[in-house]
Design a protein around this ligand. Structure first.
Ligand code: UDP
Ligand code: MG
Length: 162
């Protein structure tokens, strides 16, 4: 039989979060990482990469018919992106809440985009929008061996599980 902690670990959800080149250049890495950390989510992968245009097109393939697609992919591939995987209960949906609405002029204050960005074309951060995209985006950006499974000492205080 599985122990409480193993059951808990098996239920843990993962999402792909990326700080786009504008967020990196503006020195917002620590600010953004700390919001996910302080919430109680666990960082399981992180790397700084400059994606190629072709890679950016893969990442945003769902948007290829949109008029901003080309500019968006040019931008994503224009400099370093901080790619991350965060783990936690409900992290996909709540991570999007922490990020805020796509257009920062409509994002609530208190959200990352609401507090730190002004226009939709420079909204500093990406987050997976559902379980399927999270799975696909994690697989696109990371090799399985780059995902680190570990128990954080804080988990029993965050989840109340022994
Ligand atoms: N975007 C844009 N113009 C728009 C809509 C979106 O430049 O009118 C960009 C914006 O950077 C956004 C990205 O395209 O973050 C992906 O769009 P999506 O609708 O998936 O928004 P997100 O999931 O990032 O909130
Ligand atoms: Mg999206």
């Amino acid at each position: 039989m599985l122990q409480d902690q193993e059951v808990h670990a098996a239920e843990m959800e993962r999402t792909f979060i990326a700080i786009k080149p504008d967020g990196v250049q503006r020195g917002l890495i620590s600010e953004i990482v700390s919001r996910f950390e302080r919430k109680g989510y666990k960082l399981v992968a992180i790397k700084l990469v400059v994606p190629s245009k072709q890679f950016a097109e893969k990442h945003y393939h769902d948007l290829k018919e949109r008029p901003f697609f080309n500019g968006l992919c040019d931008f994503l591939s224009s400099g370093p992106v901080l790619a991350m995987v965060w783990e936690g209960e409900g992290v996909i949906k709540y991570g999007r809440k922490l990020i805020g609405a796509t257009d920062p002029s409509k994002s609530e204050p208190g959200t990352i985009r609401g507090d730190l960005a002004v226009v939709v074309g420079r909204n500093i951060i990406h987050g997976s929008d559902g379980p399927e995209t999270a799975k696909d985006e994690i697989a696109l950006w990371f090799q399985p061996k780059e995902l680190v499974s570990y128990t954080s000492n804080e988990e029993k205080w965050i989840y109340g599980v022994n």
